[in-house]
Ligand binder design. Structure first.
Ligand SMILES: NC(=O)c1ccc[n+]([C@@H]2O[C@H](COP(=O)([O-])OP(=O)(O)OC[C@H]3O[C@@H](n4cnc5c(N)ncnc54)[C@H](O)[C@@H]3O)[C@@H](O)[C@H]2O)c1
Ligand SMILES: O=C(O)C(=O)C[C@]1(C(=O)O)C=C[C@@H](O)C=C1
Length: 308
């Protein structure tokens, strides 16, 4: 058992991310007490039944009152409203954080509601599954995954940032720091645009009358199976991600469309060299990631590509 990083932690919104945080906090003894609140009675009842949180409260304010750390674990579009609700009860010197997949819009929505005497240290764990709700969490979710800490401004209290970093490290994550705009651009490339593409691809397959449900499952190779897994992710969460990271996502989708058109033209005109060179380039990117030790599930690439 590690020494607790915080006396009391409050988790607002008891879904996949908060429930995984709770189990990871308990696993390592990172907090004296964890309180929790979720909007629906059903979620609160489930949380009580499965022992999620030391105390499940009837309002966000009740959960946040007296807490040393309050983590907003609700969809991005709900963060501002929750911040407004808890602001009158926040303890001076407490830290407010969040786990939202978008950072600039969350900072803009939350910061105006927080009292001066409270530190605001947003964060984003780069770990998840397609499941949601209080029963979907597990203690190992953050093991060896990145958590990006995004201090709201340059004056953020260094001690408050260091403490939040310790919490995430205690939950198993590797921690990095970034500014909000850079975070949103990086995530548009690595997470947001890929999710939109997966949603679209699964929608396209469903539109093809010839492809019945059973054929989609029966003949899906690994790539399409991964698309269907990703496209099963929570609709509220992803609606809010796209509405709140509009600029960066549209920028990346614009570039994606240009590249797609170029590949489409190469296929139509039979330009094999273009296709081969493009795929050789993307394969090198993948190999670079593996050589840098950033993908532990990497397959062994023994064979080199030969141009026919
Ligand atoms: N799922 C992922 O892969 C993932 C990964 C990293 C970060 N995130 C971010 O974490 C946050 C939570 O995502 P999740 O996957 O845990 O979602 P989830 O759907 O599992 O849980 C969200 C919870 O918030 C509650 N909620 C919604 N609006 C609320 C409100 N106004 N007040 C109080 N509770 C409210 C819901 O009832 C639910 O219990 C989101 O901001 C998301 O962007 C998600
Ligand atoms: O593994 C998954 O299911 C995820 O989609 C997790 C994932 C991602 O894109 O990597 C999704 C959204 C988050 O904000 C962070 C992580």
């Amino acid at each position: 058992m590690t020494k607790p990083v915080y006396g009391r932690v409050a988790l607002i919104g008891l879904g996949l991310i908060a429930s995984s945080m709770f189990w990871a906090i308990k696993r390592a003894g990172l907090a004296g007490e964890v309180t929790g609140y979720a909007r629906s009675q059903e979620t609160r009842d489930t949380a009580r039944k499965i022992g999620l949180c030391d105390r499940v409260c009837e309002s966000a304010a009740e959960a946040a009152e007296g807490a040393d750390l309050v983590v907003l674990c609700v969809p991005v579009g709900a963060m501002g409203g929750v911040a407004q609700e808890i602001s009158p009860v926040l303890k001076p010197g407490a830290t407010v954080s969040d786990v939202g997949s978008v950072k600039r819009a969350v900072i803009d929505a939350v910061a105006p509601h927080l009292p001066e005497a409270v530190h605001f240290v947003p964060a984003h764990p780069l770990a998840g599954t397609e499941h949601s709700g209080p029963q979907s969490g597990f203690a190992e979710l953050y093991d060896n995954r990145w958590c990006i800490v995004v201090p709201a401004d340059d004056d953020t209290d260094a001690e408050a940032v260091a403490r939040l970093r310790s919490l995430w490290e205690g939950m198993g994550a590797n921690v990095d720091q970034m500014d909000a705009d850079h975070h949103d651009l990086v995530l548009a490339v690595t997470s947001h645009a890929p999710h939109l593409i997966a949603y679209t691809m699964v929608g396209v397959a469903d539109d093809l009358r010839r492809v019945t449900d059973s054929e989609v499952i029966k003949y899906s190779a690994a790539g399409f199976r991964d698309f269907t897994r990703i496209a099963a992710s929570d609709p509220t969460m992803w609606r809010d991600v796209f509405l709140n990271n509009k600029e960066a996502t549209l920028e990346i989708l614009g570039r994606f469309t240009e590249e797609l058109f170029a590949l489409q033209r190469a296929i139509r005109t039979g330009d094999g060299d273009h296709l081969f060179d493009y795929f050789t380039h993307t394969r090198a990117i993948r190999r670079g990631i593996i050589e840098a030790g950033q993908d532990t599930d990497a397959p062994d690439f023994g064979r080199g590509a030969k141009k026919p």
